[in-house]
Design a protein around this ligand. Sequence first.
Ligand code: ADP
Ligand code: ASP
Ligand code: MG
Length: 404
Amino acid sequence: MLIVQKYGGTSVGNPDRIKNVAARVAKYRALGDQIVVVVSAMSGVTDNLIKLAKEIMPLPSEREMDVLLATGEQQTIALTAIALHALNVPAVSLTGPQAGIVTDVVHTKAKIHNITPKKVHELLKQGNVVIVAGFQGETPEGQITTLGRGGSDLTAIALAAALKADLCQIYTDVDGVYTADPRIVPTAKKLEEISYDEMLELASLGAKVMQSRSVEFAKKFGVVFEVRSSLNENPGTIVKEETKSMEGVVVRGVSLDKNQAKITLVGVPDKPGVAARIFKALGDATVNVDMIVQNISHGTGTPQTDISFTADKPDLLKAQKVIDGLKSELGLREMITAEKIGKLSIVGVGMKSHTGVAGKLFDTLAREGVNIDMISTSEIKISVVIDLAKGEAAMKAVHAAFIG
Ligand code: ADP
Ligand code: ASP
Ligand code: MG
């Protein structure tokens, strides 16, 4: 069997943990499997590199950030190879580019274009465990890129697809995907299985156990994968295509995204083309905009409106810069930013066929004294923006109401 195993930051967080990973890999290999290991940077390393750069300049060049951040994973691949050598297991480390991972040119959140894993195949054939640096690739011109935070998940899933692996295992520091972050909601339950769509929503709505883009990729290429712990042998959670029986559950999970910021534009001229101009400029600057709410017009003369939107917190400075640049051209009156917000969401494919879910959510929040600032819904999720300070208490209450 060909197995792709990915180990996240905590799982490779110190030399003992790396030795533990090596022992696990060696055990699988002893069963006769071919193993490709994808590793993240040791926990805290990526955050620290970002902090260092920001101490020098608040908005550093994204190209240079990629050069900097890619070093984190490069340390871990070599250390993991060394740990396998210590167990007499032949192992070779490869950077993302050496493994043939080619991306577009969007620095810090590049998308994988294609993978030509020739080197990986060669090394496997020679009997090696191949250790690939997660989170990184290169453009066709040879510029180093990274795949967005949590991007080692994407490396693993994309490699599993490219190599047509028999198994893809995502090893992390929890036993699998839970109905909510078990660190916030102690009563959260581990799920045996979850559909791609539910996992995708949970991941994009703040459940950082999987990077959302990696789930999107898995869905597109039909990569079934398992999320499980690197610290024990418990079975994990299988992420796969939706089955009919999954619709019986209304709410599969609850998530809280603390990583969003809200920007309100006050006094936006209410005429055709203005919203297009604003959001096109934000898109061009690769700001990820999520919820958008526009108020009804007010004022005399040219009618004016207010527009609020949420974006990833790390993109806030960039978004402010874009809006500042448009202020006089569009005649925007004011920009107000809020960072202390949380986006609370409930997710489940069963919502398609059940009614009254929104009412129950709003009622639960009202009982908790939580004010709802923005709302957005899709077929399988409802999200609300609330005060960050009340986020965790609200999450626990909502989990208790829908899941128990
Ligand atoms: P890794 O370093 O292995 O990639 P992450 O820290 O990125 O691990 O993701 C694992 C963490 O995700 C867990 O420690 C947990 O706190 C958090 N998490 C958030 N939501 C969930 C959820 N629904 N199920 C499981 N873990 C979750
Ligand atoms: N090291 C990167 C990060 O911290 C990628 C990853 O861990 O998956 O975001
Ligand atoms: Mg992760």
